[in-house]
Design a binder for this molecule. Structure first.
Ligand code: 5GP
Length: 113
């Protein structure tokens, strides 16, 4: 997988507002927030998009889901948040290091745009 700016954030080569970190994942505030709370949760393992995940990634993916909940609780938004994952350029993915967007703090419409 080609290195992205998120690899540099994981390696602390460029700064980010990190809100949570453990051995498997990292969460930091989006540089261009689309909601009062907009946090990106990424695996430390390089994976371009969710579609690249394999059965061996099952534990990692479950771990990330629980990390999302921990971040939401830390941010005080556990009661209402939206979790978005753009898989592929056609779905709006711009950074090809798999990541979830945790968005909260404003109303959200459905269906999403
Ligand atoms: P995507 O469109 O790939 O799903 O989302 C990429 C997200 O990464 C965008 O919301 C964008 O604002 C965010 N982003 C891009 N570059 C940086 C950066 O250098 N630092 C941080 N914190 N966020 C970034």
């Amino acid at each position: 997988m080609a290195e992205t700016i998120f690899t540099k954030i994981i390696n602390k080569e460029i700064p980010a507002d990190i809100v949570y970190e453990d051995d498997w994942c990292l969460a930091f505030r989006d540089i261009n927030p689309r909601a009062p709370v907009h946090i990106l949760i990424i695996p430390k393992k390089a994976m371009a998009q969710l579609n690249d995940a394999e059965s061996g990634d099952r534990e990692l993916l479950g771990h990330i889901m629980l990390a999302v909940n921990r971040v939401a609780e830390k941010e005080g938004v556990a009661d209402a948040y939206r979790l978005v994952l753009n898989n592929g350029a056609g779905a709006g993915q711009e950074i090809f290091h798999m990541h979830f967007h945790l968005l909260a703090g404003r109303p959200f419409s459905w269906p999403p745009g």
